[in-house]
Write a protein that binds this ligand. Structure first.
Ligand code: NAD
Length: 485
């Protein structure tokens, strides 16, 4: 799939084919494990977005729009199969593009395949309702696709987020225009070619590569789009929602979090601690649902901190291909952001409890940041409230259940949370009281599985993706009132 020695030129995918391969110029794609260029993307803008939206509209009003739900579902199922058949090559590409360890890259490709299968099998289960109204009339609430959907996706999980967003939209009958992130987007480009092999008609799926400030802005403001799904930072989410509002286009926003992992003194620590460490180290902490705050009942604070420190000090950071505990950060820019946030936290009074080791064989030039465990940060500090988007876990003590819930909710975000306790009553009280779109009791799976509705409260965004709910987000209701006497 990739030449290991030279730079591979990728193109946009518009109207069923690859166009404008970036032979020269364009956007350099760096391998985060080495800092070296290995691929190049074209730098699309308004003109390419216009072409992609026109191609999508033609598909929606033509061949793709005429497909039955069963036919759409079968195409998506075949795409899932093609992704599974190519899983090895796709995982290598995802690992090189994002820097994530191979086991994570493999899991992401398997999840992407599952999204296509899940939504493929769900396509013909989507239906509207009839409503009892007056005698002589039948009222139908038809569930219909929006039309052309825009998808702006980030660099942290390109394969998975493409799968969940585009899978749901295509299953519901929309035609899609995708603007993936400039830092990492190669697996979505490969998926588009596999989609052709799976029988997806030209124009049903289009991908425009480019910068957020050019192609992203053009897509968010496009008058030919009927719905936008955005995953990324709160600031960009605001800009996208504002641009969409000018056209009265509905938006789904998934904007990250500052997810609390709450440990009560009665928790099973042997079970909790490895999960809590993984929740922040997974994907080098570049996960919207990363468990970035650990809240520990005061009675066990010192003991838990010592046990977490021991685990952190054993973690190894290195090249994605070496498949250690933690890979590099995606880019030099993000590495600088993480470094500055931690430096500011230390200057504010936070203390390093433990730092993971670098692998001696990690290549020079990679964007590495070994996992870090901190405590002593003030609850109102940036470290306690803002996304670091790196492998940095901040610990805080709490006094009792009320205090735990107060602290858990003391950020602008509300994406996910975990609560560790054996007390059945407290489990449900906490689940009800914590502001989060997903709450895990005595377990944690950042973002949850394909089948679990996912999305935020508060500044984490609105709307839901994943699960059947995610497909419904890509539809609207048309009410038909039939008078028949
Ligand atoms: P970003 O929000 O700027 O980028 C996400 C996507 O939006 C990319 O495809 C980008 O090209 C596009 N984009 C950027 N500006 C745009 C605009 N004005 N209009 C339309 N599209 C635009 O995120 P980033 O700069 O890559 O990362 C910055 C921070 O965002 C991270 O440190 C992290 O805190 C957060 N982030 C969160 C998630 C998440 O899953 N919630 C994912 C990535 C980044």
């Amino acid at each position: 799939m990739l030449d290991q020695t030279s730079i591979t030129a990728f193109g946009h995918f518009i109207g069923g084919r690859v166009v404008d391969r970036a032979e020269s110029g364009g956007i350099d794609v760096l391998d985060p494990s080495t800092g070296k260029i290995f691929a190049r993307l074209p730098r699309g803008g308004q003109a390419e977005v216009d072409k992609a939206v026109s191609a999508a509209r033609a598909a929606f009003e033509g061949g793709w729009g005429e497909k039955t739900a069963l036919e759409r579902g079968r195409i998506l199922m075949r795409l899932g199969t093609r992704v599974t058949e190519n899983a090895g090559k796709l995982a290598e590409l995802e690992c090189r593009d994002t820097g994530k360890p191979m086991k994570q890259a493999r899991a992401d490709i398997a999840a992407a395949a599952r999204y296509f299968e899940y939504y493929g099998s769900a396509a013909d289960k989507l239906h509207g309702e009839t409503i009892p109204y007056t005698k002589g009339m039948t009222v139908m609430a038809l569930r219909v696709p929006h039309g052309v959907t825009g998808h702006i996706i980030p660099w942290n999980y390109p394969a998975q987020i493409f799968g969940r967003s585009v899978g749901g939209a295509l299953a519901a009958g929309n035609a899609c225009v995708v603007k993936p992130a400039e830092d990492a987007c190669l697996t979505p480009l490969m998926f588009s070619e596999l989609a052709v092999e799976a029988g997806l008609p030209a124009g049903a799926l289009n991908i425009v590569c480019g910068l957020g400030s050019e192609a992203g802005v053009a897509l968010a403001a496009h008058t030919g789009i009927n719905h936008i799904s955005f995953t990324g930072s709160p600031q960009t989410g605001t800009a996208v929602a504002r641009a969409a509002a000018e056209n009265h286009v509905p938006v789904t926003l998934e904007l990250g979090g500052k997810s609390p992992q709450v440990i009560f003194a009665d928790a099973d620590l042997d079970e909790a601690l490895p999960v809590i460490v993984n929740a922040i180290v997974q994907n080098a902490g570049q996960t919207c649902a990363a468990g970035s705050r650990v809240l520990i009942e005061r009675a066990i604070y010192d003991d838990v901190l010592a046990r977490l420190a021991e685990r952190f000090s054993k973690l190894k950071t290195g090249a994605g291909a070496d498949d250690l505990d933690c890979g590099p950060i995606v880019s030099a820019r993000q590495l600088q952001r993480v470094t500055q946030l931690v430096e500011a936290a230390l200057a504010d009074g936070a203390r390093v409890v433990a730092k993971a080791a670098m692998d001696a064989d990690a290549p020079e030039g990679g964007f590495y940041y070994p996992p870090l465990l901190l405590d002593g940060a003030a609850p109102e500090s940036r470290l306690a409230r803002d996304e670091v988007f790196g492998p940095v876990l901040a610990a805080f003590p709490f006094n009792d259940e009320k205090d735990a819930i107060r602290l858990a909710n003391a950020t602008p975000y509300g994406l996910t949370a975990s609560v560790w306790t054996r007390d059945g009553g407290r489990q449900m009280r906490c689940a009800n009281a914590v502001d989060a779109g997903q709450v895990f009791i005595n377990n944690y799976g950042a973002g949850g599985g394909i089948e679990l509705p996912f999305g935020g409260m508060k500044r984490s965004g609105y709307g839901r993706e994943k699960a059947f709910e995610g497909m419904i987000s890509f539809t609207t209701i048309k009410t038909v009132v039939l008078k028949h006497g």
